[in-house]
Design a binder for this molecule. Structure first.
Ligand code: AMP
Ligand code: MG
Length: 463
């Protein structure tokens, strides 16, 4: 069986890609291959078992693939870089599933490109395993995300803060790798021809039912992002680097770097070592999503109206809708967690569990009052909240709260072991996060919060 590649992005937006040759791995080995995902996508499992180490490390590539780096710009921590692009990644091409869905096959850590600047183009095994684990967890939680197809160790080592570490390549699939930064790239160069082609391509690919206008594209992306970030908030996910180059137009979670899940609930929680100002703290994510969408609107201004002032007015009218759009998405998500879409009850619960384990508190609501009360440091607010909530929630409603999320202390231990060649804890944790809503019995250690004395937890980009 062959993999049939298409290259619609390169065809439609030729200035958005550069042909680039990936790095040859000296001794590539498949560390992980996502068999269920291969099946879902209709990828040839036997072919990938045999050739995956070569193909998914970029050492060679299947016939029809054309390795390319994608161009994009981006606001990183508020500062604009007109040229970022794939500095350590290669798009091999697009594949169609049997039901016609199109996805990108993309390698990360596959070597230097024209966009690498000072970087080595490589990735360490730990962070690639981390993306595999967390993106699989997000998918199992029902949250739109890029998916991890494989991790291939290259057989060589690279220098990182910790010293020499094993290098790896992550193969991932995504609805596309079109980012807010892709639009900013062409807007910054005032290349309206490419920008228009990008608008047309993105609409056809991700929002075929929307009107074919830049404004309809903006509204569609805004709705998708409002839903996405509401879902992040619902599981306590902190992305960590919500730069405009890390926000996908498809509405999928993309570019897992120093991301992590909350243990104790506190809105100002930050995990990333590089986020010293707390810009991308848990509670700031909705604002940041809107800020990034404002940057998308800015890039699209020339298409909103030929008159600049009018174009800005239109952008603002649509950005003003964001607050309400997000609020409704948030209420839907949080309402499902407590069984009643009442914002005062949701906010009351959140206030009452501050400082207590986010995931366990919501899950304990399906158990008993005592189960929740036993988790919080200060019970007064919760004692008042519980009867008010019971009065509103139907006794038959089934709450949908995960039991298992990728706990920081477990991820940390699994990745440390994996870096020394011991994959057992990683596989055990992966199996658990792939079944987040299953019963707790028999897997209590995966459902518990961190041991006392763990933390504050810090994540590193590993770049
Ligand atoms: P990130 O914050 O990981 O999304 O990456 C931001 C930018 O830095 C992107 O343009 C990446 O391609 C680039 N980059 C990150 N790590 C490396 C690396 N090791 N070598 C070259 N470029 C990199
Ligand atoms: Mg990125």
């Amino acid at each position: 069986m062959e993999i049939l590649f298409e290259h619609s992005f390169a065809r439609d937006v030729p200035l958005g890609v550069l042909d680039q040759t990936p790095n040859r791995a000296p001794s590539p080995e498949l560390a992980l291959l996502n068999l269920p995902l291969c099946q879902t996508l209709g990828l040839p499992v036997e072919d990938l078992r045999e050739n995956g180490a070569m193909w998914l490390s970029g050492t060679s590539w299947p016939e029809g693939a054309i390795p390319r780096a994608m161009a994009y710009a981006g606001h990183q921590f508020g500062g604009f870089s007109p040229v970022l692009g794939d500095g350590r990644a290669h798009l091999l091409g697009e594949i169609l599933t049997s039901d016609g869905a199109r996805f990108d096959l993309h390698l990360k850590g596959s070597g230097r490109t024209a966009f690498s600047r000072g970087g080595d183009g490589r990735a360490a095994l730990g962070p690639m395993l981390r993306e595999y684990l967390i993106s699989e967890s997000m998918a199992a939680l029902g949250i739109a995300t890029t998916r991890a197809l494989a991790v291939v160790t290259t057989g060589d080592a690279i220098l990182r803060d910790q010293g020499m570490v094993p290098a790896a390549v992550l193969a991932r699939v995504a609805a596309s790798h079109i980012r807010v930064g892709t639009f900013q790239y062409f807007a910054a160069r005032k290349d309206l021809t490419s920008l228009q082609a990008l608008v047309t391509h993105t609409l056809a690919r991700h929002y075929p039912k929307a009107e074919p206008t830049a404004l309809a594209l903006f509204d569609s992306v805004a709705a998708a992002q409002a839903n996405l970030v509401a879902q992040w908030m619902g599981v306590g996910f902190v992305h960590g680097v919500m730069n405009t180059d890390n926000m996908a137009l498809s509405g999928e979670t993309i570019d897992y770097g120093p991301c992590a899940f909350l243990d104790d609930y506190a809105p100002d929680t930050v995990f990333s070592s590089i986020d010293r100002q707390g810009r991308y703290a848990y509670g700031h994510q909705p604002r940041l999503m809107m800020w990034n969408l404002a940057r998308l609107a800015e890039a699209l201004l020339p298409f909103f109206d030929t008159d600049d002032t009018r174009a800005i007015e239109i952008a603002n009218e649509h950005l003003d809708q964001m607050e309400g759009l997000y609020h409704r998405a948030w209420l839907r998500v949080m309402g499902a967690k407590i069984g009643v879409a009442d914002q005062d009850l949701v906010n009351g619960f959140l206030a009452a569990i501050e400082g207590a384990d986010f995931t366990r508190c919501f899950h304990a609501l399906s158990q008993s009052d005592d189960a929740v009360l036993g988790l919080v440091p200060n019970q007064t607010a919760l004692r008042a909240w519980l009867p008010a909530w019971r009065a509103r929630v139907s006794p038959h409603v089934k709450l949908r709260n995960p039991v298992v999320i990728p706990r920081n202390h477990l991820v940390d231990a699994a990745l440390k072991a994996a870096t020394t060649g011991e994959m057992t804890p990683f596989h055990a944790l992966l199996a658990q996060v792939q079944n987040p809503f299953g019963p707790e019995a028999g897997r209590e250690v995966f459902a518990l919060g961190p041991p006392s004395g763990f933390g504050p937890f810090v994540t590193y980009c590993g770049t």
